[in-house]
Write a protein that binds this ligand. Structure first.
Ligand code: SF4
Length: 709
């Protein structure tokens, strides 16, 4: 049998065709009909069948280390959450979710915690991925709405890749860009990244900037455009406000090419070439990812990029726009249903006029009235701080390993050890989070789960349940709903199929929505055209980009084409940006700048991808990439074991001496954890400095020392 579904790894969201016999998958190939990949797959996607199977899976619920039946486990979760709230107040319980969850799982979790348990403290590991991009889109465009799409990359005259190793982290998108460039010799690609990565293979120009200097560079570009008469004055006048303030902020620093080049540590001639290319082309896409977002000033960096696009009218056109690419398969789906602590539901924030009242009425049943919080909750790192302070005394962690991925990860582990109640839903028996769990709930995994995800271009696609979950494993939406029923909320959580949840989600997206030009953040995310699907129609749902409604029944490829934005007055905002460097300061004791990221063939904490020997072959052990000068200076040799020491702990890895690395900087992969190497947790090296707007941690800018083992 063949069935179509969506790859569970990165935010490209490729369609895959799975060959299976109803019990096991025997093969995976790219779906030629899926608009994200047109049949392509990267090595991770093509190895999906190798990572399946029941070996190593969690198969039974456990309470306090003892295997129990589901009824006991679910009742215990409900009783302990209830008891915690009774003793310590509503806000004493929290949830920490994951971009690996499906949209339906997210929706039900958000509804239970914010709607019926009445706590605002529900956040997600997507906070570590793209929270800064979200905050910047909202500040500037009025909504968390990616304006462009994958085809725009192919249609652009200039593609600028900033803080993105597309070749490794979004490989199918990279393949699409490479092919487009081969077909269009006039297309130029610029890569801006402190590291020389495989993405540079298609670069016409590479700028190996000093880590953290991105905002200075784009502020300089804005000033350059103004000086050379390359601002689109008509577009600025009609569709934006704030150009004067943004320019004034940019000009607080010396805007000569030489000064900007010195601050960014790049060649002045190359910098000017980039500025000239950007300023003189209309069809420019700037694609940015974690290299921009994972910073203590990530929101400002994103806004510095968006400013340049608005200033040149390079947005809302084919082949133009500021394009944030998400890391996880469903980072955007979580945002759509309110999965961030600062959101309420359906792209509405707490401060969206009337939102709390509307959502309350939408979730009200004949006998139940929700009790929504009146303001935002703690964002990821802050949520764990609140556990440490004893304010949050129960946390339900789903499909993520915060003791590996959060900054200062060793401290997070100590916090979890001391937390009175830790509930964990996960698929894998070797997940690092399990030793901290009082209650373990075995969850279904990819190829078993049924629901939807949204990729980086706002495209909703189905993940389909093809194979039976192992043992007693259950779907996340079912587990959450069953706990809700035991808490007395059965009338609001009587779901029997994810299609019913999706329908409710689609109806909420347009419930008493505002007329045009007021609170369009909610209106833009309108998928009311997908409400009312019956089971067969939901099962057959084809990939589609939101908004989907009566005006756009086939979905919407590109946003803001008419120059009207999602702000109250319809004008986009240029944001004054004052560049600032990393907050993790270098010192005599920790003189090296730490960069971190993914390797091509692994995903997150490797619970799935490490099951494939083929994928492990690419990089089989944790490593430390070091510039040759630094290798000599710190007395380490290629292939030798070495130790990094950072704010929160140590990291042990094999040295890879490489000219791809700037002097004074090292790179380590983010994947390794206790199951594979208890001494190579990247999160343990980092101090927890956050972007003040988005709450995203500064994961790209650690400070470490290096020494041979
Ligand atoms: Fe999966 Fe991303 Fe590879 Fe596509 S590019 S196959 S979504 S990992």
């Amino acid at each position: 049998m063949h069935a179509s579904t969506t790859c569970p790894y990165c935010g490209v969201g490729c369609g895959v065709i799975v060959t299976h016999d109803g019990r096991t998958a025997t093969g995976v190939e790219g779906d030629r009909e899926h608009p994200a990949n047109h049949g392509r797959l990267c090595v991770k996607g093509s190895a999906l069948a190798e990572t399946l199977g029941h070996h190593g899976r969690l198969t039974h619920p456990r309470v306090d280390g003892v295997e129990v039946d589901w009824d006991t486990a679910l009742s215990t979760v409900a009783e302990r959450l209830e008891a915690t709230q009774a003793a310590h107040g509503r806000e004493a319980v929290a949830a920490y979710l994951s971009g690996q969850l499906l949209t339906e799982d997210y929706y039900v979790a958000n509804k239970l915690f914010k709607g019926f348990l009445g706590t605002p403290h529900l956040d997600t590991n997507s906070r570590l991925c793209m929270a800064s991009a979200v905050a910047a889109y909202k500040r500037s465009l009025g909504a968390d709405a990616v304006p462009c799409n994958y085809e725009d990359l192919e249609k652009a005259e200039l593609v600028v890749l900033v803080g993105s190793n597309l070749a490794w982290n979004h490989p199918v998108l990279y393949q699409r860009l490479r092919t487009a460039k081969q077909r269009n010799p006039l297309m130029r690609v610029v890569v801006i990244d402190p590291r020389v990565t495989d993405t540079c293979e298609i670069a016409d120009l590479y700028l190996g900037i000093r880590p953290g200097s991105d905002a200075r560079l784009f502020n300089g570009l804005l000033a350059f455009m103004a000086e050379r008469g390359r601002l689109d004055r008509v577009y600025l006048e009609r569709h934006t406000q704030g150009i004067d303030a943004a320019l004034a902020a940019a000009r607080e620093d010396d805007c000569s090419i030489e000064a900007i080049a010195a601050d960014c540590d790049v060649d002045a001639e190359r910098l000017e070439t980039f500025f000239y290319w950007f300023a003189s082309q209309l069809h420019v896409v700037t694609l940015y990812s974690q290299g921009i977002n994972q910073s203590s000033s990530g929101t400002d960096k994103c806004n510095a990029i968006i400013n340049c696009h608005l200033a040149g009218g390079k947005l809302g056109l084919p082949g133009a726009g500021p394009f944030s690419i998400t890391g996880q398969p469903n980072a955007m789906g979580g945002r759509e249903v309110g999965g961030l602590a600062n959101q309420l539901a359906a792209h509405m924030d707490y401060h969206t006029p009337g939102a709390i009242d509307r959502v309350t009425r939408f979730w009200t049943t004949d006998t139940l009235t929700p009790r929504l919080p009146d303001g935002p909750g703690h964002k990821a790192v802050e949520l764990f701080d609140a556990i440490q302070r004893g304010e949050i005394r129960a946390v339900w962690i789903m499909a993520t390993n915060p003791g590996v991925s959060l900054p200062d990860a060793n401290r997070v582990r100590r916090i979890l050890e001391a937390c009175p109640l830790v509930i964990v839903s996960d698929c894998m028996a070797n997940a690092d989070i399990l030793p901290y769990a009082d209650i373990v709930l075995p969850a279904s995994s990819w190829s078993e789960k049924d629901g939807t995800v949204s990729n980086s271009e706002r495209r909703i696609s189905r993940q389909r349940g093809l194979l039976p979950p192992p043992g007693e494993a259950r779907h996340d939406w079912w587990i959450i709903s069953q706990v809700a029923c035991r808490l007395g909320f059965a009338e609001a959580f009587a779901y029997t199929h994810p299609g019913e949840i999706f329908d409710e989600h689609a109806r909420l997206s347009d419930f008493e929505n505002y007329p045009d030009n007021q609170g369009q953040g909610a209106r833009l995310f309108d998928i009311s055209g997908l409400a009312g699907l019956d089971r067969a129609a939901y099962d057959a749902l084809e990939p589609i980009q939101w908004p989907v409604n009566a005006r756009a029944p086939q979905g919407t490829a590109r946003l803001f084409t008419d120059g009207r934005f999602a702000t109250p007055d319809g004008l986009a905002r240029l944001i004054p940006v004052r560049p600032c460097g990393p907050r993790q300061a270098l010192s005599e004791a920790r003189p090296l700048r730490l960069n971190s990221g993914r390797v091509r063939d692994q995903w997150h904490t490797m619970t799935r991808t490490a099951r494939s020997p083929r994928l492990m072959n690419h990089r089989s052990e944790p490593f430390i990439e070091v510039n040759p000068n630094d290798a000599e200076r710190y007395g380490v040799k290629d292939q030798q074991l070495a130790r990094l020491e950072g704010a929160g702990g140590d990291y042990l890895g094999r040295v890879r001496v490489s000219n791809a690395q700037r002097r004074g900087e090292v790179f380590v992969p983010m994947h390794w954890n206790d199951s594979f190497s208890g001494q190579a947790r990247m999160g343990g090296l980092l101090a927890a400095h956050l972007d003040p707007v988005s709450g995203q941690p500064e994961s790209k800018h650690g400070a470490v020392s290096l020494a041979p083992l």
